[in-house]
Design a protein around this ligand. Structure first.
Ligand SMILES: C[S@@+](CC[C@H](N)C(=O)[O-])C[C@H]1O[C@@H](n2cnc3c(N)ncnc32)[C@H](O)[C@@H]1O
Length: 262
């Protein structure tokens, strides 16, 4: 699925993603599954990536009760290797490769902001979920809820002109996913905030994550000239408080859980 716009910056190894974003999405997965009330039944992980949320669903429901899909071949390969027995398909949220009413809960973690046709994606998430089932999504808070990305884009803007649209993303503001889900005919739509944090052994570890080229920030970082990248590194170090050793950064996601009409 090379033609999926939102997946272009995710053609990397699972381990590269884990070092950059998986360190946040792993703890987020437990909170997200709790918020969605996933304790039994079947579930679909839309945009599963290398499997942060997939793993949590497997541990709660068993592999045979879990399905997933993603347009990135390298992520699917990583997810399949980690979670044998889970049905994992190549596919995008706008055209989910699953039949109607197939699961009790459909979840999309850190995916909606990469989807080209979100209205279609919300309709698809509702379609594959049984009546009375759960549809849920979470997206990083777009204002200042994700410290490492905020620091990165602030640092990048201090070094060069960065297009405004590169520095933020849709569905990270209160009410945005609520509106999307309500528009898809979903009911009992409830929004909350989910807070996680990660500790980097050093600034070097944090910086190396960007050099993996993952996601829009990583792709931007590796696209710079060597000279600009060195200035960006310096600016980011300063934004992080010039830490001499380990540093801990927080991230907040906006989470929305809804019910498919019975
Ligand atoms: C930030 S990663 C999140 C991965 C995983 N859900 C997690 O929480 O770690 C975004 C994921 O969305 C996938 N993606 C991009 N465009 C998509 C689309 N249109 N439909 C479904 N997934 C998409 C990417 O391939 C990538 O795996």
């Amino acid at each position: 699925m090379d033609d999926v716009e939102g997946a272009r910056t995710f053609a990397v190894a699972g381990a590269t993603y884990d070092a950059f974003m998986g360190r946040y999405s792993l703890p987020l997965s437990e909170l997200f599954a709790d918020a969605a009330g996933v304790t039994r039944g079947t579930a679909l992980d839309v945009g599963c990536g290398p499997g942060a949320l997939t793993g949590v669903l497997v541990s709660r429901l068993g592999p045979e009760a879990v399905r997933g899909c993603d347009p990135s071949p390298s992520f699917l390969e990583a997810c399949r290797a980690r979670y044998p027995g889970v049905v994992l398909e190549t596919g995008r949220a706008e055209a989910l490769p699953f039949p109607d009413d197939v699961v009790d809960a459909t979840l999309a973690q850190l995916v909606l902001h990469f989807v080209s046709e979100p209205v279609q994606a919300a309709a698809e998430m509702a379609r594959v979920t049984r009546p009375g089932g759960t549809v849920a999504a979470c997206v990083w808070d777009a204002v200042d809820g994700m410290e490492v990305l905020r620091a990165f884009w602030d640092a990048a803007s201090s070094v060069a002109e960065v297009p405004a649209e590169a520095q933020t993303h849709p569905f990270g503001r209160p009410g945005e996913v609520v509106e999307l889900f309500a528009g898809a005919g979903l009911e009992e739509v409830v929004e909350s905030a989910l807070d996680v944090a990660t500790t980097y052994a050093s600034f070097e570890e944090l910086w190396n994550g960007f050099l993996g080229g993952v996601g829009p920030a990583g792709a931007y970082c590796v696209s710079r000239s060597e000279q600009d990248r060195a200035r960006l590194r310096e600016a980011l170090f300063a934004r992080c408080g010039s830490p001499p050793g380990p540093l801990r950064l927080a991230a907040r996601a906006r989470c929305v859980v809804a019910r498919v009409p019975a």
